[in-house]
Ligand binder design. Structure first.
Ligand code: ADE
Length: 420
């Protein structure tokens, strides 16, 4: 049993253990890394604080880091994403201190972040840059001990690059999201499937025949649009970037401004990383019964304060649904309090994609240690060889073989003189 922790109920540990082991079956790349870490102990004695969604997949990462010798603490990166049984198993079976309770209030969330910082980490692992922001804004005393940080998500990476540009970042960060084996798979197939899963679990509505409006056309929103279309929806995409908008149009989606889409959509899903993508004027135009939710990292994409102001009544017809009744009687249904719907009402990305994301995380912590003292205060991507190695291991895990270059082909590719 870990000494310090704050979880819902340790009695859930056995259920959590089974859930973690079920997820492990789809995480062969992380398993190989764990086996190597057990032998080589590359993180021996390193104090590591992780602020991630506390799920069965994250538990497999935590087990890997602990197998590598890390002295780690895990806290939630979102108040609604914790799987309480998994948190219990990590504490009582794996002896890893966890601070995370599903549905925790804001105060508890920040107390938990504080516990991660009080661990005096040499490496931090973030999903949304909360630990880095906490250190830079309030706990600068921790910077002397810090070797570097890793960041999981697009939103966090955007923030960190802004910090580096402003000269505020004073240590190296590895942007795990920048690996191809992360964003091409986790963001697209993981968010695509788990977001639709979240909408369906929260509402049980039929997607076929509905008009689904997707805010954004980055890797996450692409996955959402693709999966909504696959389930039979008529999909509208909204964008601010002309290239992405063009891509969406040529992928076969209708593209228009949100205010035009607002009056036609049945289900609205935001995943842009920006604020107030759905705003007061959009709520005013929506149909009775519209469903709105978010799959971006922060709960700012839907202007909930505006919705609260415009409503004359608020009801809860089902778990994860707040129904706002407008003065003209229209009902707008907000899912999961505007927080990441795939983690609020479903279980987040499936293990098979988190396998690659968390292989990147584990190798990023090793990269920071191997290059200790040699890295600058900036945002790094993992080397291309690491990305290719993870992809190769994943293919092997899936039983897929591929061709290799013949020496003739290699020569051709390396020469500019041959064969035009
Ligand atoms: N982010 C999205 N899905 C996740 C999962 N299953 N585990 C951890 N972080 C996630």
């Amino acid at each position: 049993m870990a000494n310090n922790y704050d979880v819902k109920d340790l009695g859930l540990a056995e259920v959590g253990r089974q859930r973690i082991e079920w997820a492990a079956l789809e995480m062969p790349v992380l398993k190989l890394i764990r086996e190597r870490f057990e032998k080589e102990r590359p993180l021996e004695g390193i104090k590591l604080s992780a602020c991630l969604h506390v799920t069965a997949e994250t538990a497999n990462l935590a087990r890997t880091l602990a197998a590598g010798g890390a002295d780690m603490v895990l806290v939630a990166s979102n108040p609604l994403s914790t799987q309480d049984d998994v948190a219990a198993a990590l504490v009582s079976i794996d002896e890893i201190p966890v601070y995370a309770i599903k549905g925790e209030d804001n105060e508890t969330y920040y107390q938990h972040l504080k516990a991660a910082l009080d661990h005096n980490p040499q490496i931090t692992m973030d999903d949304g840059a909360d630990l880095v922001t906490g250190m830079l804004k309030e706990r600068r005393d921790l910077l002397t001990n810090l070797i570097g940080s890793t960041e999981e998500t697009t939103t966090g990476v955007i923030r960190l690059k802004a910090m580096a540009k402003d000269g505020v970042l004073s240590f190296p960060v590895v942007a795990v999201n920048d690996s191809l084996t992360k964003h091409l798979f986790d963001n697209r197939y993981g968010t695509g499937q788990s977001t639709l899963d979240g909408v369906i679990r929260a509402t049980n509505v039929l997607i076929a025949g509905k008009t689904v409006v997707v805010g954004g056309y980055g890797w996450c929103s692409k996955g959402i649009a693709m999966r909504a279309k696959g389930l039979g929806a008529d999909v509208i995409v909204t964008e601010i970037d002309p290239v992405k908008a063009l891509e969406a149009a040529m992928d076969g989606f209708r593209v228009m401004p949100m205010i035009e889409a607002a009056g036609t959509g049945d289900i609205f899903i935001t995943a842009t990383g920006d604020i107030h993508v759905l705003d007061g004027e959009d709520f005013a135009a929506m149909k009775d019964g519209a469903i709105v939710c978010n799959s971006g990292h922060f709960n700012v994409e839907i202007n909930i304060p505006d919705l609260e102001k415009m409503a004359v009544e608020k009801r809860q017809p089902r778990a994860f649904i707040d129904q706002y009744v407008m003065s003209d009687g229209r009902r707008i249904n907000l899912l999961g309090e505007g927080r990441l719907i795939n983690l609020a009402s479903a279980e987040g990305h499936p293990s098979a994609v988190m396998d690659m994301s968390f292989a990147n995380q584990a190798l990023a912590s090793e990269f920071l240690l191997r290059n200790k003292g040699k890295l600058e205060a900036k945002v790094y991507a993992l080397p291309e060889e690491v990305d290719r190695e993870i992809a190769a291991l994943k293919l092997a895990g899936m039983g897929i073989r591929i061709d290799t270059l013949t020496s003739e082909q290699e020569r051709y590719l390396n020469s500019w003189e041959e064969g035009t």
